[in-house]
Design a protein around this ligand. Structure first.
Ligand SMILES: [Zn+2]
Length: 403
C-alpha cells in the first residue's frame, strides 16, 4: 500500500484545489478489501480533500454530515477502459455525463488517442475535468479515428500508422497521464496487421516498463496467438467477448493459452463496450474459477446508451452472474488503481485522496442485456448515491460542487 508521504507528491492534471471544509460521512458500511474493510460500520472524516479519520462515533455538532445510512462506502470506481476523448474522436463520450450516476471518479481512456493527437487529450479533456483522467496510448499514430455506426476503419489497417518511435516518445513525454500502451488487433481493428501491431506495442511497453492493453477481435490473429504475446502485467481486454475467437471453447473449457497467460500474470479486463461482453462466456469463466481482474465499461459513442451504459452497470452484471460483491468492487477500485500506478485512488486508507462513492442496493427486478442481446434477470442492483473526487461532491453535470 502507498505510504502517506508519497501520496502528496502526486499531481494530477485537471484536479484543482479541493475544498478545505471538513465533512463527516456517517452510518455507512465501508467496503474496501485492500484496507480490510468488508462491510465495516464506520464513519469517515474528510478534510482538505483527503481521508483524515475513520472510526466509530465521530459525530460532532460542528461538522457537516453526509448520512450514508443503508449504503456501501467504497473508493470511487476507476474505469480502466473508456473512450472519453469526446469531440476529437468519433467514438468519444463525455465522462462528465456518466460519472455521478455510476460512482466513477477516474476514467482511463483506452487508446482513443495516438501519438499524433495525444496533446488534445491532455489540454482539452484531462486538464479541464474535475474527474481524474488517464490514458493508454494507441500504438497507431492516429488513434481510433474511423469508428462510427455505419463506418469502421481500423487504426491498425494502415501499417505505416503503427509507428513505434512516435508512440514511445509521446508516452515517455507524458508519463503523468499515459499509464500504458493500447493495441487493437483483429480483422476489424487492424486488418492483416494485428500480430505486427501487438509485437510493436509489446516492444514499446517493454522499453517503458508499462502494461500493454490488448484487444483481439476477429481472426487474424487468433486469440491464442494474441494471448501468447502478452506478458506479466499486460491486459487482455474484452476477456469475455462472444465467439468466435474467444477464450472458451465449445466444450466450455478455457483454452490452454488463456490458462498459461494467467499463470504468467496476464490480467483479464472486461471492457464491455458494444460487442465485447457475453454473459454466457463470462459465466463459463466464473464457473471455472476465472475471475476478471478488472471490470471496465468500454463506454464509447456506440455503447454508452446500451448495452454497456457505464462501469456500475457492468459491475452489477458481474455480481448478477455470481461474482462476489467484494471481488467485484476490488476489480473496480484497488486493482485498476494498482495497474495505473495510483494505489491511493483505490483505497480508503487515512491520508489517501477522498475519492469515494456511496452505493445503495435497489431491491427491484431489473433485466440486464449483454453485447449479444442475451438477458439476465436480477432481484437487486446497486445505484450510486454520491460520488466524491478529492473531497468534492461531483454533481450530475460531472462538475465538482465547491463550497
Ligand atoms: Zn475500447
Amino acid at each position: 500500500m502507498e505510504k502517506p508521504d508519497t501520496l502528496f507528491a502526486i499531481e494530477i492534471v485537471g484536479i484543482g484545489n479541493s475544498v478545505s471544509d471538513t465533512i463527516l460521512i456517517s452510518n455507512g458500511r465501508l467496503l474496501s478489501a485492500v484496507d480490510n474493510y468488508h462491510d465495516a460500520p464506520l464513519d469517515i472524516v474528510v478534510s482538505d480533500g483527503v481521508i483524515k479519520e475513520i472510526g466509530t462515533d465521530l459525530k460532532s455538532s460542528s461538522l457537516p454530515e453526509i448520512d450514508a445510512a443503508g449504503g456501501i462506502v467504497s473508493p470511487a470506481l476507476i474505469d480502466l477502459h473508456t473512450h472519453i476523448y469526446w469531440g476529437a474522436t468519433s467514438l468519444g463520450v463525455n465522462a462528465e455525463h456518466v460519472a455521478s450516476r455510476s460512482g466513477t471518479g477516474t476514467f482511463v481512456d483506452a487508446g482513443s488517442a495516438g501519438a499524433g493527437n495525444f496533446l488534445g487529450f491532455r489540454e482539452f479533456i484531462a486538464k479541464n475535468s474535475d474527474l481524474r483522467c488517464f490514458a493508454f496510448l494507441n500504438v497507431s499514430f492516429a488513434g481510433i479515428f474511423g469508428f462510427g455506426k455505419s463506418l469502421m476503419v481500423g487504426e491498425g489497417e494502415i501499417g505505416r500508422l503503427l509507428h513505434e518511435e512516435s508512440c514511445q516518445q509521446v508516452a515517455e513525454q507524458n508519463r503523468d497521464l499515459i499509464i500504458g500502451i493500447k493495441v487493437r488487433a483483429g480483422k476489424k481493428a487492424a486488418g492483416e496487421n494485428g500480430a505486427l501491431a501487438i509485437e510493436i506495442g509489446r516492444r514499446i511497453a517493454e522499453k517503458l516498463d508499462l502494461p500493454l492493453m490488448c484487444h483481439v477481435d476477429a481472426h487474424p490473429p487468433s486469440i491464442q496467438q494474441g494471448l501468447d504475446y502478452l506478458q506479466e502485467g499486460d491486459l487482455l481486454t474484452h476477456c469475455s467477448k462472444p465467439g468466435p475467437n474467444t477464450v472458451v471453447d465449445s466444450h466450455k473449457n478455457a483454452i490452454p493459452e488463456l490458462l498459461k497467460a494467467i499463470d504468467r500474470g496476464v490480467l483479464l479486463d472486461i471492457g464491455h463496450g458494444m460487442g465485447g461482453f457475453d454473459f454466457e462466456v463470462c459465466k463459463i469463466m466464473l464457473d471455472l474459477g476465472i475471475k476478471p481482474d478488472t471490470i471496465s465499461s468500454d463506454i464509447h459513442a456506440q455503447s454508452v446508451d446500451g448495452p454497456a451504459f457505464d462501469q456500475l452497470t457492468t459491475l452489477n452484471k458481474l455480481i448478477a452472474l455470481g461474482m462476489p460483491v467484494v471481488d467485484g468492487f476490488t476489480a473496480c477500485t484497488a486493482k485498476p488503481a494498482e495497474i495505473i500506478g495510483h494505489s491511493e485512488l483505490g483505497s480508503l486508507a487515512i491520508g489517501t485522496p477522498a475519492d469515494l462513492a456511496i452505493f445503495k442496493w435497489q431491491s427491484s427486478p431489473k433485466t440486464f442485456v449483454d453485447a449479444k442481446g442475451q438477458t439476465l434477470d436480477t432481484k437487486r442492483h446497486l445505484i450510486c448515491d454520491r460520488l466524491m473526487v478529492a473531497g468534492n461532491t461531483i454533481g450530475k453535470d460531472g462538475k465538482a460542487e465547491h463550497g
